[in-house]
Design a protein around this ligand. Structure first.
Ligand SMILES: [Zn+2]
Length: 490
Protein backbone atom coordinates (compact mmCIF):
# COMPACT_ATOMS: atom_id res chain seq x y z
CA UNK A 1 0.00 0.00 0.00
CA UNK A 2 2.75 2.36 0.96
CA UNK A 3 4.55 1.44 -2.21
CA UNK A 4 1.42 2.04 -4.29
CA UNK A 5 0.72 5.35 -2.60
CA UNK A 6 4.20 6.71 -3.20
CA UNK A 7 4.03 5.55 -6.82
CA UNK A 8 0.76 7.47 -7.21
CA UNK A 9 2.32 10.58 -5.70
CA UNK A 10 5.34 10.22 -7.91
CA UNK A 11 3.07 9.93 -10.94
CA UNK A 12 1.09 13.02 -9.94
CA UNK A 13 4.30 14.94 -9.30
CA UNK A 14 5.78 13.88 -12.65
CA UNK A 15 2.57 14.82 -14.49
CA UNK A 16 2.50 18.20 -12.71
CA UNK A 17 6.14 18.71 -13.68
CA UNK A 18 5.44 17.92 -17.30
CA UNK A 19 2.37 20.17 -17.23
CA UNK A 20 4.51 23.02 -15.87
CA UNK A 21 7.06 22.34 -18.57
CA UNK A 22 4.39 22.46 -21.29
CA UNK A 23 3.24 25.86 -20.04
CA UNK A 24 6.84 27.07 -20.01
CA UNK A 25 7.46 25.64 -23.49
CA UNK A 26 4.48 27.65 -24.74
CA UNK A 27 5.81 30.81 -23.07
CA UNK A 28 9.16 30.21 -24.73
CA UNK A 29 7.43 29.79 -28.11
CA UNK A 30 5.49 33.02 -27.61
CA UNK A 31 7.92 35.46 -26.00
CA UNK A 32 9.81 36.28 -29.20
CA UNK A 33 9.25 35.89 -32.93
CA UNK A 34 11.66 33.72 -34.89
CA UNK A 35 13.11 36.84 -36.52
CA UNK A 36 13.79 38.66 -33.29
CA UNK A 37 15.21 35.48 -31.77
CA UNK A 38 17.94 35.16 -34.41
CA UNK A 39 18.55 38.88 -35.04
CA UNK A 40 21.68 38.89 -32.80
CA UNK A 41 23.11 35.99 -34.82
CA UNK A 42 22.78 37.92 -38.10
CA UNK A 43 24.38 40.97 -36.53
CA UNK A 44 27.23 39.33 -34.59
CA UNK A 45 28.18 37.14 -37.56
CA UNK A 46 27.87 39.95 -40.11
CA UNK A 47 30.90 41.13 -42.07
CA UNK A 48 30.62 44.45 -40.22
CA UNK A 49 31.96 42.77 -37.07
CA UNK A 50 34.88 41.28 -39.01
CA UNK A 51 34.97 37.96 -37.20
CA UNK A 52 35.12 39.41 -33.66
CA UNK A 53 38.88 38.91 -33.45
CA UNK A 54 40.98 39.24 -30.32
CA UNK A 55 41.71 42.84 -29.29
CA UNK A 56 39.88 44.45 -32.23
CA UNK A 57 37.45 47.40 -32.17
CA UNK A 58 34.81 45.05 -33.59
CA UNK A 59 35.12 42.76 -30.56
CA UNK A 60 34.37 45.78 -28.38
CA UNK A 61 31.43 46.60 -30.64
CA UNK A 62 30.12 43.06 -30.08
CA UNK A 63 30.53 43.47 -26.31
CA UNK A 64 28.65 46.78 -26.36
CA UNK A 65 25.88 45.19 -28.40
CA UNK A 66 25.48 42.28 -25.95
CA UNK A 67 25.44 44.72 -23.00
CA UNK A 68 22.75 46.77 -24.78
CA UNK A 69 20.70 43.59 -25.35
CA UNK A 70 20.98 42.72 -21.65
CA UNK A 71 19.96 46.23 -20.66
CA UNK A 72 16.99 46.28 -23.05
CA UNK A 73 15.89 42.89 -21.73
CA UNK A 74 15.84 44.23 -18.17
CA UNK A 75 18.67 41.98 -17.02
CA UNK A 76 20.68 43.58 -14.20
CA UNK A 77 24.45 44.00 -14.03
CA UNK A 78 26.16 41.58 -11.64
CA UNK A 79 27.39 43.17 -8.41
CA UNK A 80 31.12 43.79 -8.60
CA UNK A 81 31.15 44.17 -12.39
CA UNK A 82 31.72 47.44 -14.23
CA UNK A 83 28.18 47.80 -15.59
CA UNK A 84 27.74 44.67 -17.70
CA UNK A 85 31.50 44.31 -18.18
CA UNK A 86 34.15 42.35 -16.38
CA UNK A 87 37.29 43.96 -17.84
CA UNK A 88 40.76 42.46 -17.42
CA UNK A 89 44.16 42.40 -19.08
CA UNK A 90 44.89 39.93 -21.83
CA UNK A 91 48.63 39.42 -22.12
CA UNK A 92 49.97 38.45 -25.53
CA UNK A 93 53.43 36.95 -25.69
CA UNK A 94 55.47 36.27 -28.80
CA UNK A 95 58.23 33.67 -28.50
CA UNK A 96 61.80 34.27 -29.54
CA UNK A 97 63.22 31.89 -32.11
CA UNK A 98 66.92 31.13 -32.50
CA UNK A 99 68.00 32.16 -28.98
CA UNK A 100 70.49 29.95 -27.17
CA UNK A 101 70.76 28.04 -23.94
CA UNK A 102 73.08 25.24 -22.86
CA UNK A 103 73.26 22.32 -20.47
CA UNK A 104 77.04 22.11 -19.99
CA UNK A 105 78.14 21.74 -23.62
CA UNK A 106 74.80 20.62 -25.02
CA UNK A 107 73.54 23.48 -27.14
CA UNK A 108 69.85 24.37 -27.12
CA UNK A 109 68.18 26.64 -29.65
CA UNK A 110 64.67 28.04 -29.14
CA UNK A 111 62.17 27.10 -31.81
CA UNK A 112 64.31 24.07 -32.68
CA UNK A 113 65.31 21.66 -29.92
CA UNK A 114 64.10 23.95 -27.14
CA UNK A 115 60.61 25.38 -26.59
CA UNK A 116 59.44 27.79 -23.93
CA UNK A 117 56.24 26.95 -22.06
CA UNK A 118 55.91 30.53 -20.84
CA UNK A 119 57.50 33.12 -23.05
CA UNK A 120 59.79 35.24 -20.94
CA UNK A 121 63.25 36.67 -21.33
CA UNK A 122 65.71 34.39 -19.57
CA UNK A 123 69.23 35.30 -18.44
CA UNK A 124 70.73 32.51 -16.40
CA UNK A 125 74.08 31.05 -15.52
CA UNK A 126 73.25 28.71 -12.66
CA UNK A 127 73.91 25.22 -11.27
CA UNK A 128 72.09 22.44 -13.12
CA UNK A 129 70.40 19.67 -11.15
CA UNK A 130 69.15 16.54 -12.86
CA UNK A 131 66.23 15.25 -10.76
CA UNK A 132 65.18 12.19 -12.75
CA UNK A 133 61.66 11.35 -13.79
CA UNK A 134 59.04 14.08 -13.48
CA UNK A 135 56.80 11.94 -11.29
CA UNK A 136 59.67 11.51 -8.81
CA UNK A 137 60.45 15.22 -8.48
CA UNK A 138 57.07 16.20 -7.10
CA UNK A 139 57.66 13.78 -4.20
CA UNK A 140 61.36 14.46 -3.69
CA UNK A 141 62.83 16.89 -1.20
CA UNK A 142 65.78 18.20 -3.17
CA UNK A 143 67.63 21.44 -2.57
CA UNK A 144 66.57 23.33 -5.68
CA UNK A 145 66.99 26.98 -4.69
CA UNK A 146 68.81 28.96 -7.38
CA UNK A 147 69.18 25.92 -9.65
CA UNK A 148 67.90 24.93 -13.06
CA UNK A 149 66.09 21.67 -12.28
CA UNK A 150 65.74 19.07 -15.01
CA UNK A 151 63.26 16.22 -15.25
CA UNK A 152 62.56 13.66 -17.93
CA UNK A 153 59.26 12.55 -19.39
CA UNK A 154 58.51 9.24 -21.07
CA UNK A 155 58.08 8.85 -24.78
CA UNK A 156 54.34 8.42 -24.71
CA UNK A 157 53.14 11.01 -22.20
CA UNK A 158 49.97 12.59 -23.64
CA UNK A 159 50.31 16.25 -24.51
CA UNK A 160 47.63 17.44 -22.10
CA UNK A 161 49.12 15.54 -19.16
CA UNK A 162 52.58 16.77 -20.02
CA UNK A 163 51.45 20.37 -19.94
CA UNK A 164 49.42 19.98 -16.74
CA UNK A 165 52.40 18.30 -15.04
CA UNK A 166 54.75 21.05 -16.19
CA UNK A 167 52.55 23.77 -14.73
CA UNK A 168 52.31 21.86 -11.44
CA UNK A 169 56.09 21.43 -11.28
CA UNK A 170 56.59 25.06 -12.25
CA UNK A 171 54.49 26.19 -9.29
CA UNK A 172 56.25 23.84 -6.89
CA UNK A 173 59.69 24.93 -8.06
CA UNK A 174 58.78 28.63 -8.02
CA UNK A 175 57.73 28.24 -4.40
CA UNK A 176 61.11 26.70 -3.59
CA UNK A 177 62.89 29.51 -5.47
CA UNK A 178 64.42 27.35 -8.18
CA UNK A 179 65.83 29.26 -11.17
CA UNK A 180 64.24 27.30 -14.00
CA UNK A 181 62.58 24.05 -14.99
CA UNK A 182 64.04 22.05 -17.87
CA UNK A 183 61.87 19.21 -19.18
CA UNK A 184 63.82 16.69 -21.21
CA UNK A 185 61.82 14.75 -23.79
CA UNK A 186 63.35 11.89 -25.73
CA UNK A 187 63.84 12.29 -29.47
CA UNK A 188 60.72 10.90 -31.16
CA UNK A 189 58.37 11.98 -28.36
CA UNK A 190 54.87 11.86 -29.81
CA UNK A 191 53.82 15.19 -28.28
CA UNK A 192 56.76 17.14 -29.68
CA UNK A 193 55.39 18.16 -33.12
CA UNK A 194 52.22 19.63 -31.61
CA UNK A 195 54.15 21.27 -28.79
CA UNK A 196 56.46 22.82 -31.34
CA UNK A 197 53.66 24.20 -33.47
CA UNK A 198 51.99 25.69 -30.39
CA UNK A 199 55.12 27.02 -28.70
CA UNK A 200 56.43 28.84 -31.75
CA UNK A 201 53.27 30.96 -32.13
CA UNK A 202 52.17 34.12 -30.41
CA UNK A 203 49.73 33.31 -27.62
CA UNK A 204 47.60 34.90 -24.94
CA UNK A 205 48.82 34.01 -21.49
CA UNK A 206 46.58 31.58 -19.63
CA UNK A 207 45.23 33.54 -16.63
CA UNK A 208 45.60 30.40 -14.49
CA UNK A 209 49.35 30.21 -15.14
CA UNK A 210 51.13 33.49 -14.56
CA UNK A 211 54.28 32.18 -12.86
CA UNK A 212 57.41 33.78 -14.31
CA UNK A 213 59.65 30.78 -13.56
CA UNK A 214 61.20 29.89 -16.93
CA UNK A 215 60.20 26.48 -18.29
CA UNK A 216 62.15 25.08 -21.18
CA UNK A 217 61.12 21.89 -22.96
CA UNK A 218 64.03 20.30 -24.73
CA UNK A 219 64.21 17.36 -27.06
CA UNK A 220 67.50 15.47 -26.86
CA UNK A 221 68.85 12.42 -28.61
CA UNK A 222 69.58 9.53 -26.23
CA UNK A 223 73.30 10.29 -26.01
CA UNK A 224 72.81 13.95 -24.99
CA UNK A 225 70.01 12.99 -22.60
CA UNK A 226 72.45 10.62 -20.89
CA UNK A 227 75.09 13.37 -20.75
CA UNK A 228 72.56 15.77 -19.17
CA UNK A 229 72.10 13.41 -16.23
CA UNK A 230 75.54 14.37 -14.89
CA UNK A 231 75.68 17.97 -16.16
CA UNK A 232 76.38 20.75 -13.67
CA UNK A 233 75.78 24.08 -15.37
CA UNK A 234 72.86 25.71 -17.17
CA UNK A 235 73.13 28.89 -19.17
CA UNK A 236 70.46 30.74 -21.09
CA UNK A 237 70.28 34.01 -22.93
CA UNK A 238 66.81 34.49 -24.38
CA UNK A 239 65.99 38.11 -25.07
CA UNK A 240 63.45 40.01 -27.10
CA UNK A 241 60.21 38.35 -25.96
CA UNK A 242 57.41 40.66 -27.07
CA UNK A 243 54.73 41.14 -24.42
CA UNK A 244 51.61 43.17 -25.18
CA UNK A 245 48.71 43.93 -22.89
CA UNK A 246 45.16 44.49 -24.10
CA UNK A 247 42.06 45.44 -22.16
CA UNK A 248 39.47 42.73 -22.88
CA UNK A 249 36.16 41.91 -21.20
CA UNK A 250 33.54 39.35 -20.37
CA UNK A 251 29.95 40.60 -20.60
CA UNK A 252 27.57 39.47 -17.86
CA UNK A 253 24.08 40.03 -16.50
CA UNK A 254 21.85 38.49 -13.84
CA UNK A 255 18.18 37.78 -13.16
CA UNK A 256 17.20 37.20 -9.56
CA UNK A 257 15.25 34.04 -8.78
CA UNK A 258 11.72 34.09 -7.34
CA UNK A 259 12.10 31.49 -4.60
CA UNK A 260 13.18 33.02 -1.27
CA UNK A 261 15.68 30.22 -0.65
CA UNK A 262 16.60 28.91 -4.10
CA UNK A 263 17.37 32.40 -5.41
CA UNK A 264 20.66 32.15 -3.50
CA UNK A 265 21.64 29.41 -5.95
CA UNK A 266 22.74 30.50 -9.42
CA UNK A 267 22.52 28.77 -12.77
CA UNK A 268 25.08 30.10 -15.21
CA UNK A 269 24.28 30.28 -18.93
CA UNK A 270 27.44 30.94 -20.91
CA UNK A 271 28.95 31.21 -24.38
CA UNK A 272 31.92 32.97 -25.94
CA UNK A 273 31.32 35.96 -28.20
CA UNK A 274 34.76 36.22 -29.80
CA UNK A 275 35.94 34.35 -32.88
CA UNK A 276 38.97 34.27 -35.15
CA UNK A 277 38.78 37.70 -36.80
CA UNK A 278 40.13 37.94 -40.33
CA UNK A 279 42.76 36.05 -42.30
CA UNK A 280 44.37 35.85 -45.70
CA UNK A 281 41.81 36.02 -48.54
CA UNK A 282 41.00 32.51 -49.74
CA UNK A 283 38.54 30.87 -52.07
CA UNK A 284 36.00 28.85 -50.15
CA UNK A 285 32.81 27.43 -51.65
CA UNK A 286 33.33 29.55 -54.75
CA UNK A 287 33.72 32.78 -52.79
CA UNK A 288 36.83 34.83 -52.09
CA UNK A 289 36.62 35.63 -48.39
CA UNK A 290 38.81 36.76 -45.51
CA UNK A 291 36.34 37.11 -42.62
CA UNK A 292 35.84 34.32 -40.12
CA UNK A 293 32.23 35.20 -39.34
CA UNK A 294 31.87 32.49 -36.70
CA UNK A 295 28.10 32.16 -37.10
CA UNK A 296 27.93 28.69 -35.56
CA UNK A 297 31.06 29.31 -33.46
CA UNK A 298 29.77 31.06 -31.47
CA UNK A 299 27.41 33.84 -32.55
CA UNK A 300 24.73 31.14 -32.24
CA UNK A 301 25.60 30.43 -28.61
CA UNK A 302 25.77 34.11 -27.75
CA UNK A 303 22.41 34.62 -29.45
CA UNK A 304 20.92 31.82 -27.34
CA UNK A 305 22.30 33.38 -24.13
CA UNK A 306 20.83 36.77 -25.15
CA UNK A 307 17.49 35.07 -25.88
CA UNK A 308 17.62 33.33 -22.50
CA UNK A 309 18.30 36.70 -20.85
CA UNK A 310 15.25 38.20 -22.59
CA UNK A 311 13.07 35.25 -21.60
CA UNK A 312 14.17 34.92 -17.96
CA UNK A 313 13.94 38.68 -17.35
CA UNK A 314 10.22 38.32 -18.18
CA UNK A 315 9.73 34.90 -16.58
CA UNK A 316 12.23 34.56 -13.74
CA UNK A 317 12.70 30.99 -12.48
CA UNK A 318 13.12 29.94 -8.85
CA UNK A 319 16.91 30.05 -8.92
CA UNK A 320 18.85 33.12 -10.03
CA UNK A 321 20.43 33.04 -13.48
CA UNK A 322 23.77 34.56 -14.55
CA UNK A 323 24.29 35.21 -18.24
CA UNK A 324 27.98 35.14 -19.13
CA UNK A 325 29.37 35.85 -22.57
CA UNK A 326 33.11 35.29 -22.51
CA UNK A 327 35.90 36.89 -24.47
CA UNK A 328 39.00 35.30 -26.03
CA UNK A 329 37.82 31.68 -25.97
CA UNK A 330 39.58 31.11 -29.26
CA UNK A 331 42.87 32.23 -27.65
CA UNK A 332 42.66 29.40 -25.08
CA UNK A 333 39.50 29.82 -22.96
CA UNK A 334 40.94 33.08 -21.62
CA UNK A 335 37.66 34.74 -20.54
CA UNK A 336 36.26 31.70 -18.75
CA UNK A 337 39.62 30.88 -17.15
CA UNK A 338 39.78 34.44 -15.86
CA UNK A 339 36.21 34.20 -14.57
CA UNK A 340 36.96 30.88 -12.84
CA UNK A 341 39.56 32.61 -10.65
CA UNK A 342 37.68 35.93 -10.37
CA UNK A 343 34.01 34.87 -10.20
CA UNK A 344 31.51 37.67 -9.63
CA UNK A 345 29.15 35.26 -7.88
CA UNK A 346 31.01 32.77 -5.66
CA UNK A 347 31.40 29.45 -7.46
CA UNK A 348 30.00 27.64 -4.41
CA UNK A 349 26.71 29.48 -5.09
CA UNK A 350 26.88 28.71 -8.82
CA UNK A 351 25.25 25.30 -8.83
CA UNK A 352 25.18 24.58 -12.56
CA UNK A 353 26.68 25.92 -15.78
CA UNK A 354 25.03 25.17 -19.10
CA UNK A 355 27.57 26.42 -21.62
CA UNK A 356 27.02 26.67 -25.37
CA UNK A 357 29.63 26.28 -28.05
CA UNK A 358 29.51 24.99 -31.59
CA UNK A 359 31.70 23.57 -34.29
CA UNK A 360 28.95 22.89 -36.85
CA UNK A 361 26.04 20.46 -37.24
CA UNK A 362 25.02 17.56 -39.44
CA UNK A 363 21.74 16.48 -37.83
CA UNK A 364 18.92 18.98 -37.37
CA UNK A 365 16.90 16.58 -35.21
CA UNK A 366 19.66 16.44 -32.63
CA UNK A 367 21.21 18.45 -29.81
CA UNK A 368 24.71 17.36 -28.82
CA UNK A 369 25.40 17.57 -25.12
CA UNK A 370 29.09 17.40 -24.33
CA UNK A 371 29.26 15.56 -20.97
CA UNK A 372 25.93 13.77 -21.48
CA UNK A 373 25.71 11.11 -18.78
CA UNK A 374 28.06 12.96 -16.45
CA UNK A 375 25.66 15.23 -14.54
CA UNK A 376 22.28 14.45 -13.03
CA UNK A 377 20.59 17.08 -15.24
CA UNK A 378 20.35 14.80 -18.30
CA UNK A 379 16.60 14.18 -18.00
CA UNK A 380 15.85 17.88 -17.33
CA UNK A 381 17.79 18.79 -20.46
CA UNK A 382 16.40 16.00 -22.65
CA UNK A 383 12.81 16.88 -21.66
CA UNK A 384 13.51 20.49 -22.62
CA UNK A 385 14.91 19.43 -25.95
CA UNK A 386 12.08 16.95 -26.66
CA UNK A 387 9.46 19.70 -26.30
CA UNK A 388 10.77 21.12 -29.59
CA UNK A 389 10.97 17.78 -31.38
CA UNK A 390 14.69 17.33 -30.77
CA UNK A 391 16.64 14.58 -29.08
CA UNK A 392 19.84 14.59 -27.09
CA UNK A 393 23.05 12.88 -28.23
CA UNK A 394 26.54 12.61 -26.79
CA UNK A 395 29.83 14.19 -27.85
CA UNK A 396 30.69 12.29 -31.08
CA UNK A 397 34.42 12.64 -30.38
CA UNK A 398 34.13 10.45 -27.30
CA UNK A 399 34.65 13.28 -24.81
CA UNK A 400 37.45 15.26 -26.45
CA UNK A 401 35.22 18.35 -26.80
CA UNK A 402 34.89 18.54 -23.02
CA UNK A 403 38.23 20.27 -22.45
CA UNK A 404 37.93 22.53 -25.49
CA UNK A 405 35.35 25.06 -24.42
CA UNK A 406 34.34 27.47 -21.68
CA UNK A 407 32.56 24.82 -19.61
CA UNK A 408 35.97 23.40 -18.73
CA UNK A 409 37.45 25.96 -16.28
CA UNK A 410 34.33 25.96 -14.09
CA UNK A 411 34.01 22.18 -14.39
CA UNK A 412 37.56 21.82 -13.08
CA UNK A 413 36.51 23.83 -10.03
CA UNK A 414 33.67 21.37 -9.42
CA UNK A 415 30.71 23.19 -11.02
CA UNK A 416 28.60 20.72 -13.04
CA UNK A 417 29.17 22.17 -16.52
CA UNK A 418 28.28 20.49 -19.81
CA UNK A 419 28.27 22.19 -23.22
CA UNK A 420 25.07 22.34 -25.27
CA UNK A 421 25.81 22.20 -29.01
CA UNK A 422 24.23 22.05 -32.43
CA UNK A 423 23.63 18.41 -33.43
CA UNK A 424 26.65 16.40 -34.51
CA UNK A 425 25.92 12.75 -35.20
CA UNK A 426 29.54 12.24 -36.24
CA UNK A 427 32.55 14.56 -36.17
CA UNK A 428 33.33 14.16 -39.85
CA UNK A 429 34.06 16.39 -42.84
CA UNK A 430 30.55 17.88 -42.73
CA UNK A 431 31.65 19.41 -39.43
CA UNK A 432 35.29 20.20 -40.19
CA UNK A 433 34.35 21.85 -43.50
CA UNK A 434 32.71 24.60 -41.44
CA UNK A 435 34.62 24.49 -38.17
CA UNK A 436 36.98 27.48 -38.01
CA UNK A 437 36.45 28.03 -41.74
CA UNK A 438 35.59 31.17 -43.69
CA UNK A 439 32.26 29.61 -44.69
CA UNK A 440 30.90 29.48 -41.12
CA UNK A 441 28.34 32.12 -42.08
CA UNK A 442 24.72 32.75 -41.07
CA UNK A 443 23.50 32.58 -44.69
CA UNK A 444 24.14 28.83 -44.88
CA UNK A 445 22.45 27.97 -41.59
CA UNK A 446 19.09 26.27 -41.12
CA UNK A 447 17.41 29.10 -39.19
CA UNK A 448 14.28 27.16 -38.21
CA UNK A 449 16.58 24.62 -36.55
CA UNK A 450 18.56 27.41 -34.87
CA UNK A 451 15.27 28.73 -33.39
CA UNK A 452 14.42 25.28 -32.05
CA UNK A 453 17.96 25.01 -30.68
CA UNK A 454 17.60 28.34 -28.84
CA UNK A 455 14.17 27.54 -27.45
CA UNK A 456 15.29 24.07 -26.35
CA UNK A 457 18.26 25.65 -24.57
CA UNK A 458 16.01 28.07 -22.69
CA UNK A 459 13.62 25.30 -21.65
CA UNK A 460 16.47 23.04 -20.52
CA UNK A 461 17.84 25.95 -18.48
CA UNK A 462 14.39 26.67 -17.05
CA UNK A 463 13.98 23.02 -16.01
CA UNK A 464 17.32 23.15 -14.19
CA UNK A 465 16.63 26.56 -12.62
CA UNK A 466 13.27 25.36 -11.27
CA UNK A 467 14.24 21.82 -10.20
CA UNK A 468 13.70 21.11 -6.48
CA UNK A 469 17.28 19.87 -6.20
CA UNK A 470 20.26 21.34 -8.03
CA UNK A 471 21.89 18.77 -10.32
CA UNK A 472 25.39 17.49 -9.58
CA UNK A 473 28.24 15.56 -11.15
CA UNK A 474 27.12 11.92 -11.34
CA UNK A 475 28.27 9.39 -8.76
CA UNK A 476 31.74 8.20 -9.60
CA UNK A 477 32.42 10.98 -12.11
CA UNK A 478 36.07 12.13 -12.16
CA UNK A 479 34.84 15.58 -11.06
CA UNK A 480 32.63 14.35 -8.22
CA UNK A 481 35.44 14.98 -5.73
CA UNK A 482 35.87 18.58 -6.93
CA UNK A 483 32.08 19.03 -6.67
CA UNK A 484 32.03 17.75 -3.07
CA UNK A 485 34.93 20.02 -2.13
CA UNK A 486 33.37 23.11 -3.75
CA UNK A 487 29.89 22.72 -2.27
CA UNK A 488 31.05 21.07 0.96
CA UNK A 489 28.96 17.99 0.29
CA UNK A 490 29.42 14.40 1.34
ZN1 LIG B 1 33.67 28.15 -30.01
Amino acid sequence: MKYLLSTCFALVAATAGLFAQNTTANHIRAFATADSLVAPLWYLASDALRGRGYNTPELDTAAAYIAACFKKAGVKPVAGANGYYQPFNGVTQTPVAGAHAAIDTITLTTGENALQLNYTDVHLDVPFLYAGEAAVLSRATLAVKGKAVAVTFGNDVPLQKLITDLYTLQEQLAEKEAAALVAILPAGNTAWPRLKSQATRQHVQNPLHTSQLPVLLVQLPAESAKQAETATRFRASITGTVVKTARIKNVLGVVEGTDPLLKNEYIMLSSHYDHLGTGKPQMEEGKLDSIYNGARDNATGTTAVIAAARYFAKHPPKRSVIFATYTAEEQGLIGSRYYSIHPLVPLKSTVYNLNIDNASYNDTSLITLVALGRTTADSLISQGVAAYGLRLGNDPTGGRLFTGSDNYPLAMQGVPAPTFSLGMKTFDSTITNRYHRLSDEPGNMHMAYVCRFIRAYILAASNIANAPQAPRWANGDPLEGAWKALYKRE
